[in-house]
Ligand binder design. Structure first.
Ligand code: FAD
Length: 296
């Protein structure tokens, strides 16, 4: 099933993100965790693509496994900047063969080696080129792309970032998922600016349930996201008690999701990070909110 068809329904959607194993030795535990998350029956699941593309096979394996075992629509991520054109074309062909219908087209982060090299030698510089490559592949993929309510760190300003975001949408991205946001107002303001700029596709806020104190530092380092004082207080108070922090982090994320739905944002994406207990608790917290028609 195409994800755009789920997003365009009037009913609410909730999706979960998982990541592949980094090494062969981690395959079994990742498959177990992703299957448990799938058993919560989210509207769809996304599988990330390891930086540099080293785990591409595992991304496809998980996507295929969940789709076949649970019939859940899958979104496979793909990055381009650290790959050459032949490799990217091979990945696209593998996806087609695996029956993947939905692809998240990403640039990927710049590695220190890439940054030290001449961009003129790269086959891809921006995600928009991957969107075009996917469109030209002849497969009828539903394509998603990334966006940044707090501005991508490579951008000079938000206006420029949104200009290039629109280019991705005009090239064929049918929906957008945001970098993690901990303050819904940042998302609402961003959405307003996107609509003003003529970006009309569905935009999914990305919600990251923070369930331990160390994760906060990692999340800020990775995403540069703003952490509201309200959330900092939770970490200050409960951060040293793992069970209390887990419960408080899930409650905070649940609260964000309910606020989004209550403000007419029908599609929400959760960075569930291979944690079945987090996915289950969120689903449970929202059982009545999502209603009977959810995910059908
Ligand atoms: P782009 O869209 O190429 O944007 C990157 C920067 O370039 C921005 O500043 C943009 O404004 C600018 N830009 C874009 N087009 C142009 C242009 N034509 N000319 C000049 N400037 C331009 N990384 C992974 O490795 N694997 C994953 O699975 C993964 N999943 C992600 C999922 C989501 C929802 C998000 C938000 C990020 C994800 N990332 C992932 C991280 C992502 O790869 C990085 O944030 C990366 O630095 C940018 O990727 P992008 O696709 O947004 O790039």
């Amino acid at each position: 099933m195409k994800i755009i068809d789920i997003l365009n329904k009037k009913t609410m959607s909730l999706s979960f993100e998982v990541f592949p194993a980094k090494k062969e030795s981690g395959l079994e535990s990742v498959h177990k965790a992703t299957r448990e998350i799938a058993s919560c029956r989210p509207s769809f699941m996304s599988v990330t693509y390891g930086a540099g593309g080293g785990t591409s096979k595992y991304t496809l394996d998980i996507a295929r496994d969940i789709k076949e075992a649970y019939g859940i629509p899958m979104l496979a991520h793909l990055t381009c900047v650290s790959s050459d054109r032949a490799t990217v074309r091979q990945r696209i062909s593998d996806m087609k063969e695996a029956g993947i219908e939905n692809v998240m087209a990403l640039r990927g982060d710049l590695t220190p080696e890439l940054e030290a090299s001449d961009p003129a030698t790269w086959d891809y510089r921006h995600a928009v080129e991957l969107v075009r490559e996917l469109k030209e592949s002849g497969a009828d993929f539903c394509i998603g792309a990334a966006c940044y309510p707090e501005v991508h760190p490579d951008s000079r300003n938000q206006k420029e970032d949104i200009f290039y975001l629109k280019e991705k949408v005009d090239a064929g991205a049918q929906f957008l998922t945001t970098q993690m946001v901990f303050d819904n107002n940042l998302f609402y303001n961003f959405l307003y600016k996107l609509r003003e700029a003529g970006v009309t596709v569905p935009v999914l806020p990305g919600i990251m349930p923070i369930t331990n104190a160390r994760q906060v530092e990692r999340a800020i380092k990775l995403s540069g996201s703003f952490i509201p004082q309200r959330f900092k207080s939770i970490v200050d108070y409960f951060g040293t008690d793992p069970d209390a922090m887990m419960q408080a982090g899930i409650a905070y994320a649940t609260d964000q999701i309910i606020d989004l739905y209550a403000n007419g944002i029908t599609n929400v994406h959760v960075y569930s990070m291979n944690k079945p207990q987090v996915a289950k608790a969120i689903m449970n917290n929202l059982s009545a909110v999502l209603g009977k028609d959810f995910g059908r």
